[in-house]
Structure formats: structure tokens, C-alpha cells
Design a protein around this ligand. Structure first.
Ligand SMILES: Cc1cc2nc3c(=O)[nH]c(=O)nc-3n(C[C@H](O)[C@H](O)[C@H](O)COP(=O)(O)O)c2cc1C
Length: 193
């Protein structure tokens, strides 16, 4: 298997975020498998809320959005890790998806999701584990023609699920994440072949 580039980004910038922890675990697992993780920390790289006027008035995307799109485009697969807010998509994640779904007003480059292998995982302190937002996300990702895996990991009781080193403590969760990542990598490898 040739090494794959895997872009990872979380749908929350909260300090101490369980989803950012889960994403970090996922990206470490990607590296352990000999692939190249490209982890974006949304606390450092603040992505503006999507506003139509921002692209229309300026005639160009903000620089951070250009960088986001370039890294998604360059990746063989994308991992999105996000909580659900009121059983729906967080504004952070929706903006990430929406910015990357537009045609670049300067270069006319089309949206960058089409044909991209995308894995969605999520964590929540509650019992639902961000599982209810999966349907909404799958609808949106289908609309932008991303290639989705049936696998996922929805981590419930996230506040009890990490040790002091940020590793997953529950065996079922670690195994579920392994399975989802392996499916994603296999699909991405097929796409690259
Ligand atoms: C506006 C808002 C709405 C929320 N709605 C839900 C929800 O529908 N389901 C759920 O499991 N948790 C919900 N939560 C709790 C989040 O799952 C919790 O804050 C979680 O820690 C957020 O993820 P993070 O730790 O990665 O930032 C909500 C939190 C906020 C701030």
C-alpha cells in the first residue's frame, strides 16, 4: 500500500474538546499505519463563519479558506470529528463544509468535496454520542458528492473515555475507530489505484 495523505479537522474549537481529542487519536492511528496525517487545529486556524457576501464582495476567499480547500483537495481522505449541537451540525463544521463546497471566485476551481473519501466520527458526554447528527451530515456530504463510509464512531460518555495521555480507555471505542479508519483507508487506496 502506498502512503495516503489524510486531512483531519474538528467541528469544534472548544478548549478541552472531546472531539479534538478523538481526532488526535484517529490521526495518531493513521500515522501508525504508515500514512501521512494532516491535522488542522481549529483553535489555531480559525475558519470564519461562512457568509455569502464574504466571497461576493471581496471576489476572493479569505486566505485561511484557500488553505483549507487546498489541503482538502490534496488529501486522499478526510476525517471530520464533531459533536452535535441540538441534534444538528455545529456552525464550525457547517462553515468548513460550505466554504469547501463553493466555486473559487478567483480561480473558478470547483468545490473540493466531489469524489473525496470522507469519514465522520463524533463524541459527546451524553448517551447518544453525537449519533443524531450523522443523518444530517450524510445528507449534506451526499449533496456535495463526497464518498462516505458506512462505518463511523459515535463515542458516548466522552468525558469518561480518555486517559491522561488522551488515549481512548474503552476497548469498544478503540476497536470501532480502528474499523472505521481501516475502511476509510481501504476506500482511499482503491480511489488512488
Ligand atoms: C449549543 C449546544 C447544543 C448541544 N446539543 C447537544 C446534542 O444535541 N446532543 C449531545 O449529545 N450533546 C449536545 N451538546 C453537548 C455537547 O455534546 C458537549 O458540549 C460536547 O462536549 C461538545 O463537544 P466538544 O467537547 O468536542 O467541544 C450541546 C452543546 C451545545 C453548546
Amino acid at each position: 500500500m502506498s502512503p495516503l495523505t489524510v486531512f483531519g479537522i474538528a467541528g469544534t474549537a472548544r478548549e478541552g474538546s472531546y472531539n479534538r481529542k478523538l481526532l488526535a487519536v484517529a490521526m495518531r492511528k493513521v500515522a501508525e499505519r504508515g500514512h501521512a496525517p494532516n491535522l488542522w487545529d481549529v483553535r489555531e486556524k480559525r475558519i470564519p463563519m461562512f457568509e455569502h457576501d464574504l466571497e461576493e464582495e471581496r471576489g476572493a476567499f479569505p486566505e485561511i479558506v484557500k488553505a483549507l480547500r487546498a489541503d482538502i483537495k490534496a488529501a486522499d481522505a478526510v476525517v471530520l470529528a464533531s459533536p452535535e449541537y441540538n441534534a444538528g451540525v455545529t456552525p464550525t463544521l457547517k462553515s468548513i463544509i460550505d466554504w469547501a463546497s463553493r466555486t473559487d471566485p478567483e480561480t473558478k476551481e470547483p468545490q473540493v468535496w466531489a469524489g473525496k473519501v470522507v469519514l465522520v466520527i463524533g463524541a459527546s458526554p451524553g448517551l447518544f454520542g453525537a449519533s443524531r447528527v450523522q443523518i444530517a451530515l450524510r445528507q449534506t456530504l451526499a449533496h456535495v458528492a463526497a464518498i462516505q463510509l458506512p462505518e463511523s464512531l459515535t463515542l458516548s460518555k466522552a468525558h469518561e473515555s480518555f486517559d491522561d495521555n488522551g488515549e481512548l480507555t474503552a476497548e469498544w471505542a478503540a476497536k470501532g475507530l480502528d474499523k472505521a479508519l481501516d475502511a476509510m483507508l481501504a476506500m482511499a487506496q482503491l480511489r488512488k489505484a
